[in-house]
Design a protein around this ligand. Structure first.
Ligand SMILES: Cc1cc2nc3c(=O)[nH]c(=O)nc-3n(C[C@H](O)[C@H](O)[C@H](O)COP(=O)(O)OP(=O)(O)OC[C@H]3O[C@@H](n4cnc5c(N)ncnc54)[C@H](O)[C@@H]3O)c2cc1C
Length: 512
């Protein structure tokens, strides 16, 4: 394939909006976090015309906020142990074949990134749920930022910033591009294939470690086009967020930080053999219950040497609250952190719709199951970003003549301050049937509207409201407790199954 410019500027009116620009490309990548940018690097290497867009200024998305690092198996013999840890965290819903293939491919990507000069720390560290120290950091606790900067620096054409995808274009049953809202107005991008890399939906929750732009847009674009979404009820809560939403990474517990309740008791050993290093769901629930029982939970980092050098972000976040972690206990609570569910893909990043691919947090590949193992997500973004880009290029169709833009799903942004606290109550760490039903009735009474065109804020509110409903429906259907989903009224695990939603149909699909 020869590289050409992707912007033939052709203006045309779109009723009620500024003039519509029409662009054309081979591969349109929505999102410029780790998955989107790494995918673009591989697509560029193939010589494909590639357009990457990000609604937020770079470095955007959750990627730059990642502190802990990237989990790579230590060597070929560690793949089995890493897989075992991943299976254990995922509580019966990890697709072992997919997970094994991702872990087997991981060392290739570490070598590639090292050969590009990315400054991985030579000593891996151990994080929650990992049986060995295999998480690689970059730049102290700013791993995601350093990773993303390193990748962005290698792109020959930087992502376009300030472009929000509002809906997908369809040509027959094939996804053929997207309708974007850019700084100059609407843009219709016709594409041979579209790769969703738009991240998760942490901002649905009142306390989240994810940035405000994490509104699950890609999942909603895919759902509106008819793709299958899977296991949306599995939202991982990070057990140790500060009151300002800033995260205190698991790595701190990996090097000795301990959790204390309001009475000064170290409680984790009562909940799990691994103590503070138990999987996130176990720690988040323990923190939830101890906060209820004793009124507060604190993280004690005072015994960690060289705290400022090892965890500069944590020290800065604590100082912003007037606390000094070398002498003070830090008050912590669970916060929405990572979405395990998403657009269902196969091991190559292909969704259930022709022309549509997904990678990173927007996707549900089967790696995480009911609970993500710490630091497996950046790894997944890398491996699946590459696979999805190459699979999309294999299946490229020439941009169609007259694709149709699907309507944009919208809601009034003014409803979000009402919606989020209710989400926190009903869809948080501990769920219960009556509360879920009441929440669903409330959310279904809020207005969700289809429009030919919308502002970014209306589209994001539409995404969040739809996802609130879908998460609640999945959580109601899942009458069991598994991984990150805990039902007070069904505290035991049942038979493993996935939930899948397509249009208005929600169903149980047996696992395996
Ligand atoms: C505080 C924090 C710490 C974390 N620490 C770790 C860690 O140590 N290790 C680990 O493995 N994982 C970690 N995670 C999770 C990990 O960072 C994310 O899962 C991962 O970065 C997601 O990458 P992504 O490329 O899928 O999406 P993101 O990095 O979230 O990027 C999404 C991109 O999509 C764009 N976008 C969204 N909607 C639209 C739209 N409608 N139109 C156009 N563009 C759009 C955004 O602007 C952005 O460019 C952490 C997450 C958080 C929040």
């Amino acid at each position: 394939m020869r590289r050409k410019d992707y912007v033939p500027p052709l203006q045309e009116g779109l009723s009620g909006t500024a003039a519509l620009s029409r662009w054309e490309t081979d591969l349109l990548i929505l999102g410029a976090g780790v998955a989107g940018v790494y995918a673009a690097l591989w697509a560029e290497a193939e010589g494909a015309r590639t357009l990457v867009v990000s609604k937020d200024p770079l470095p955007s998305g959750s990627t730059p906020w990642a502190q802990g690092g990237v989990a790579f198996p230590l060597d070929a013999t560690d793949v089995a142990a890493h897989l075992q840890d991943t299976l254990q965290a995922g509580r019966g819903l990890v697709e072992a074949k997919v997970a094994r293939s991702i872990l087997q491919e991981a060392p290739f990507h570490l070598e590639k990134l090292l050969s590009w000069g990315l400054p991985f720390h030579p000593e891996p560290v151990r994080e929650g749920g990992h049986s060995r120290a295999r998480v690689r950091h970059l730049g102290g606790d700013r791993s995601g930022l350093w990773l993303l900067r390193g990748l962005l620096g290698r792109l020959s054409r930087p992502p376009l910033q300030g472009y929000t995808a509002l809906s997908l274009l369809l040509a027959g049953d094939r996804v053929a591009g997207a309708l974007l809202l850019g700084p100059e107005g609407p843009v219709q991008v016709k594409a041979g294939a579209v790769l969703l890399a738009t991240g998760g939906f942490g901002s649905l929750f009142p306390i989240s470690t994810a940035p405000p732009g994490a509104s699950g847009d890609g999942m909603v674009l895919a759902w509106r086009a008819g793709a299958i979404l899977r296991d949306l009820e599995f939202v991982q809560f990070h057990p140790t967020a500060l009151p300002n939403g800033a995260l205190v990474s698991e790595a701190a517990r990996g090097v000795g930080a301990v959790l204390l309740n309001a009475w000064g008791e170290r409680f984790m050993p009562r909940y799990a053999e691994l103590g503070e290093l138990a999987p996130r769901d176990v720690v988040a629930q323990a923190v939830f219950w101890e906060r209820q029982r004793t009124g507060a939970v604190y993280l004690d980092l005072r015994s960690i040497e060289h705290l400022g050098e090892r965890f500069p972000s944590i020290v800065a976040s604590a100082r912003a609250l007037g606390l000094d972690p070398t002498t003070d206990l830090l008050p912590v609570a669970p916060a929405a952190h990572y979405v395990m569910g998403g657009v269902r893909t196969d091991a190559g990043g292909f969704t259930s719709l022709p022309g549509l691919y997904a990678a990173g947090e927007v996707a549900s590949t089967g790696l995480h199951g009911a609970n993500r193992l710490a630091s497996n997500s950046l790894l997944e973004g890398l491996v699946m970003g590459k696979r999805a880009a190459l699979a999309a290029l294999q299946d490229l169709h020439g941009p169609p003549r007259q694709p149709q833009a699907l309507p944009v799903l919208t809601a009034p942004p003014s409803l979000l301050p009402k919606l989020k606290p209710q989400v926190g109550e009903a869809l948080g760490v501990v769920r219960e049937g009556e509360r879920l039903r009441a929440f669903l009735a409330f959310a279904e009474a809020l207005p969700l509207e289809e429009k030919p065109w919308a502002s970014r804020e209306e589209a994001e509110a539409g995404s969040l409201l739809l996802l609130a409903r879908l998460v609640a429906q999945g959580a109601l259907l899942r009458e069991e407790s598994r991984g990150a989903h805990f039902r007070e009224d069904f505290p035991q695990e049942g038979e493993p199954f996935h939930t899948e939603v397509s249009g208005s149909t929600l169903c149980r699909v047996p696992a395996g």
